[in-house]
Design a protein around this ligand. Structure first.
Ligand SMILES: [Zn+2]
Length: 1019
């Protein structure tokens, strides 16, 4: 799944997608002309800089003050042991880790033997329909942090016996799956397809009939989505795929009702992408729409009267068919005779290219970009400015600027305590203009001088490199760089530059803004003394960045911000308001060290620029009568105008979540029908998202995604059809917004998450009516059986983890907290579930298929097949062993852990440590087979994660705190005694949830008893 070919990981930058040609006939995506299909990769020209590492800036004065912590190759063993006991890690001599080849539990199948890949489980997941018994988890002394609770013999994985088994049985037995007689707690690891198996093909409408009620494949699993008449989960996911018929049923079910949109997601290999409908030549008309509700044509429209009229499936209105869309119908089945040529009547997703001026607010322009780079001491001496400038240069030299062949332009501003603007019009001799006034900044050069086409912008880049000696900071002209940072003023200037045309701004800073507009005080840093103090620090110090972001969104400008810093505090809570309010994204790299993090900064910048797809966008969601749209969350501009959402710039990873509300009985059967078959969809709800936008070639387009979930009056249907990923995403986005807005202290947000989880499970418990023998058991709905562990993971994540008491274990800085909260409120469902329950895989031994293109057929891997990832293991220190090496991906960071007896040869093959830090050797020559496959696994993860900011190596006993503060807190199934109540082990958390459910049951009974007693008075 190489969505972002990135030169730094061994690939090459492709051309940005070109839009405009008519889509290939459905299913023939290999033609590759569809807009969302990437062009074949093109070798970048002149990429020498691309692979250059920044020179050590040690010679500069600033660098000497800010040397990154040096890697300590071998820590003192005794101090590690005492440190472990301090943090509650059990003494390895008293209770050693399991031997490397000794599987956890009493499994008869040793893990990792090549003849026995994961896959021959005698205990397929989920087979026994047994609930969790409360007693199963009772009576156990809580283990200390880092020491997982040992799982007692007890019930097998549970689900209600009333529930059908929703997931296919997984013939796999990953490391850590229980041995004979061990209970299995529900884990995401159990719903992964077996390593190396074929990807599931998911048809959005099965066999031309109405969409079913089951949830789509999990977002973090590989699948091939096929649009067979309804939008695929690649673009839209509903929290429940059977919509409650009315508000009282919705209120009872308590599962949030909403929609998660990733409308510009790139297709995975094997997927067709969105097909074009070109209306620019068809008489200048627009798409076929309902004259009453303005809904767009979709497979649910039904034509009558020989095609002269059609019924809208959103509102039921009978429309006259406009002449430009007139086509006779087949009397036999009622379908239009042109059905084979009209994508909009056949598929759930289409992209109209419109020439009709009704869809133009202003004349569209090709994309314009502004890059603002910190060249103050915090940017220069850390090597950040070098990395940032080289990243932009690599994109320009590879002709990979989005819209670059269609007139896209880029302007560059550098800033220290003043602003620097570059006039790129001279023949290879750019001129610089300085603006020292940073309190009321202005642009001293006109747009024709400031914005340059890619080829001329390269000369500007070269000038900047020379002016600031970026290739060799030891040769800094005029002494060390100024320490003043005028970030706020630079963004104000960028806003002025783009005020009339809109566009995208990328800001790269190494420190806190210290001069001019948007100057921030260092109000935080160090330990956070109280929850109220943390709440105050999560609020912005000044409304400057929030206001500026909103103003920019109104001007159709969006900002992405990269903060890569060595400073202990940069007030990310204030700074990240800027991307948040303008529909952009923010990235925080702490303890930035150019020697290893240059790769991360390149990846972030290249992906952010390359991933731009839509400008000047307006989003509108419509739904069947009886449903209305509620609160929007995610990447878009604030404030909003009515129900139309402004999204200045959208990219492949842009996410929106939308609450759906009932405003009466949902009306289906509105005379609508289907262009798929005469009967399908007639009793289905219609939900349609339309995005009006300008593409990278400067044309107006409308992307329409439509889906047709059934409605239901049966409460259990909502549980059977619940989409865990969408439910978790909705809950997390709302919680993150509450915390980031500073309206709630974190403990209140945590409590709300726990209570909501318990209430959903209570409703299921109450209405699923388990047999009496199970009346005291914890019963989890099949589709939401992972909800507790996901919420536990979120509670223990850097977004919501309480500050540990008296110890440093798992401390979260305010900056990290703010970055995690912004991530949660703008991340895709697959990123959020990975953040909640990170994917941990064993690298030191690989399954025979791992690290290779999955599903080889006849000895040849199918074209474009993604690299198979190893089966993941439960997040418990139970599985750590001296000889093992693990990789953990939580969507934000990638952590590599290895034990003290891990093969030194393997470590040397994976890491280059010649500069004193761990630097990944991805795809370098001379690696052995295992290292090459590990490289392929890491590369695949890096490429598929848009928010991944840093790779952190945390060897056992590392002295820099990486193991204790970064790695161990991700092992969320363990107990963390430093977190007091919130440090529950997984089993303890299930008990907490169970107790709440039983309390709610008791309250209901008490209420009934009370009512019965009251009734006596009336008799
Ligand atoms: Zn309508």
């Amino acid at each position: 799944m190489s969505r972002y070919p990135d030169p730094n990981y061994g690939g090459s930058i492709p051309n940005p997608p070109q839009q405009g040609s008519m889509g290939a006939p459905y299913g023939q995506n290999a033609v590759g002309t569809d807009m969302t299909m990437a062009q074949p990769p093109m070798q970048p020209q002149g990429t020498s800089l691309l692979h250059q590492r920044p020179l050590p800036p040690g010679a500069s004065a600033g660098a000497q003050q800010q040397q990154p912590p040096m890697y300590q190759p071998q820590a003192d063993v005794n101090s590690i042991a005492s440190g472990m006991s301090n943090i509650g890690l059990q003494d390895s001599s008293a209770q050693p880790y399991p031997a490397p080849d000794q599987p956890y539990g009493a499994s008869t199948q040793p893990y990792g033997t090549s003849t026995q890949p994961y896959g021959s489980s005698t205990q397929p997941y989920g087979a026994p329909a047994q609930p969790y018994g409360a007693s199963d988890y009772g009576g156990q002394q809580p283990a200390a942090y880092g020491a997982p609770a040992t799982y007692q013999q007890g019930q097998a994985p549970g689900m209600s016996s009333l529930e059908p088994q929703m997931y296919p049985q997984q013939p796999q037995e990953p490391l850590g799956s229980p041995g004979v007689g061990e209970p299995a707690l529900p884990r995401p690891t159990a719903i992964e397809p077996a390593c190396g198996s074929k990807r599931e093909v998911y048809n959005s409408v099965a066999d031309g009939s109405a969409p079913g009620v089951g949830p789509p494949p999990a977002s973090r699993n590989d699948f091939i989505g096929v649009d067979t008449g309804s939008c695929t989960p690649r673009f839209m996911r509903l929290t429940v795929n059977s919509i409650p018929a009315d508000s009282s049923m919705q209120a009872t079910s308590s599962i949030p009702l909403g929609l998660i949109l990733t409308p510009f997601a790139d297709p995975d290999p094997g997927e067709a992408g969105v097909l074009d409908v070109d209306l620019t030549t068809a008489g200048g008309g627009g798409p076929l729409r309902c004259s009453s509700c303005n809904g767009y044509a979709n497979p649910g429209f039904r034509f009558v009267d020989s095609g002269n009229k059609f019924h809208c499936n959103l509102c039921g209105h009978e429309n006259d068919t406009p002449s430009e869309h007139m086509c006779a119908t087949n009397p036999a089945n009622g379908l239009r005779l042109d059905i084979d040529y009209r994508h909009e009547f056949r598929y759930g997703s289409v992209d109209y290219v419109v020439g009709n001026k009704d869809y133009f607010a202003t004349d569209p322009t090709p994309p314009h970009f502004v890059v603002c780079v910190d060249v103050s001491a915090s940017g220069i001496s850390t090597g950040l400015a070098t990395v940032a400038v080289q990243s932009v240069q690599s994109i320009l030299e590879a002709n990979a600027l989005p819209g670059g062949s269609s007139g896209a332009k880029i302007g560059i501003i550098t800033f220290d305590q003043s602003l620097h603007f570059y006039d790129g019009r001279g023949d290879g001799q750019a001129r610089v203009q300085y603006v020292p006034d940073t309190s009321d900044p202005f642009i001293p050069i006109g747009p024709e001088a400031f914005f340059q086409p890619p080829e001329r912008a390269i000369s500007v880049i070269e000038m900047i490199s020379n002016a600031f000696s970026l290739m060799d900071p030891s040769q800094l002209k005029g002494g060390p760089p100024p320490s003043g940072n005028a970030l706020g003023a630079a963004v104000v200037a960028a806003k002025q530059a783009l005020a009339d045309i809109g566009g995208k701004v990328f800001v790269v800073t190494g420190g806190i803004p210290s001069v001019g507009s948007g100057k921030l005080e260092r109000r935080g840093g160090g330990s956070v003394s109280s929850e109220e103090r943390e709440k105050a620090l999560l609020k912005d110090e000044t409304p400057f960045y929030d206001d500026l972001g909103s103003q920019m969104a109104e001007l159709q400008i969006s900002v992405d911000m990269v903060i890569a810093t060595q400073q202990p505090y940069v007030d990310a809570a204030s700074l990240l308001r800027l991307p948040r309010a303008s529909g952009g994204r923010g990235f925080l790299l702490t303890n930035f060290d150019y020697r290893k993090d240059d790769v991360s900064v390149r990846k972030i910048l290249v992906n952010a620029i390359w991933g731009v797809r839509a400008l000047d966008a307006m989003v509108k969601v419509r739904a069947s009568k009886g449903l209305e749209t509620g609160e929007y969350m995610g990447s878009f501009g604030r404030p909003q105008r009515r129900n139309d959402v402004i999204a200045p710039v959208m990219g492949v990873d842009s996410v929106m979540a939308l609450e759906l509300k009932h405003d009466g009985q949902i009306q289906t059967n509105l005379g609508g029908g289907s262009m798929i078959s005469a009967s399908a969809f007639s009793n289905n709800v219609c939900i349609q998202c339309a995005i009006l936008y300008t593409d990278l070639a400067g044309r107006r387009r409308i992307r329409v995604h439509t889906m047709f979930p059934p409605k239901t009056t049966v409460l259990q249907d909502t549980f059977r059809s619940a989409d865990l990923d969408a439910v978790v995403a909705m809950m997390c986005m709302r919680a993150a917004n509450a915390a980031f807005s500073g309206s709630r202290v974190l403990s209140k947000v945590r409590e709300a998450l726990i209570e909501k989880t318990a209430h959903i499970l209570f409703v299921y418990r109450k209405f699923c009516n388990p047999p009496k023998s199970q009346s005291t058991k914890l019963v989890l709905p099949e589709t939401l059986k992972l909800l507790p562990v996901m919420i536990l993971g979120i509670l223990k994540s850097s977004a919501f983890r309480p500050q540990p008491s008296g110890q440093n274990l798992g401390v979260v800085s305010t900056d990290e907290r703010a970055a995690a909260l912004l991530f949660l409120s703008t991340a895709r469902p697959q990123d959020i579930t990975t953040f909640a329950y990170p994917r941990m895989v064993l690298l030191s031994q690989l399954d025979e298929f791992a690290g290779l293109p999955r599903a080889p057929q006849d000895g040849f891997p199918p074209e474009g097949e993604p690299i198979a990832l190893p089966a993941s293991v439960p997040l418990s220190s139970e599985f750590l062993a001296d000889e093992r090496m693990f990789l953990v991906d939580n969507g934000l960071r990638l952590l590599l852990w290895y034990g003290k007896a891990c093969s030194p040869e393997l470590i040397q093959e994976i890491f280059d440590m010649s500069t004193g830090v761990y630097r990944l050797r991805l795809g370098e020559e001379g690696q052995g087979e295992l290292a090459m496959r590990i490289s392929a696994i890491i590369t695949r993860i890096l490429e598929s994660k848009s928010n991944l900011t840093q790779v952190i190596v945390a060897p056992a006993g590392s002295s820099d705190g990486a193991e204790q503060n970064q790695y161990l807190p991700l092992l969320i199934e363990d107990k963390n005694i430093a977190l007091a109540q919130s440090g529950w082990s997984y089993k303890e958390f299930l008990k907490v949830a169970h107790r709440r459910i039983m309390d709610k049951m008791a309250q209901e009974r008490a209420q009934k008893d009370f009512q019965a007693w009251e009734m006596l008075g009336y008799q």
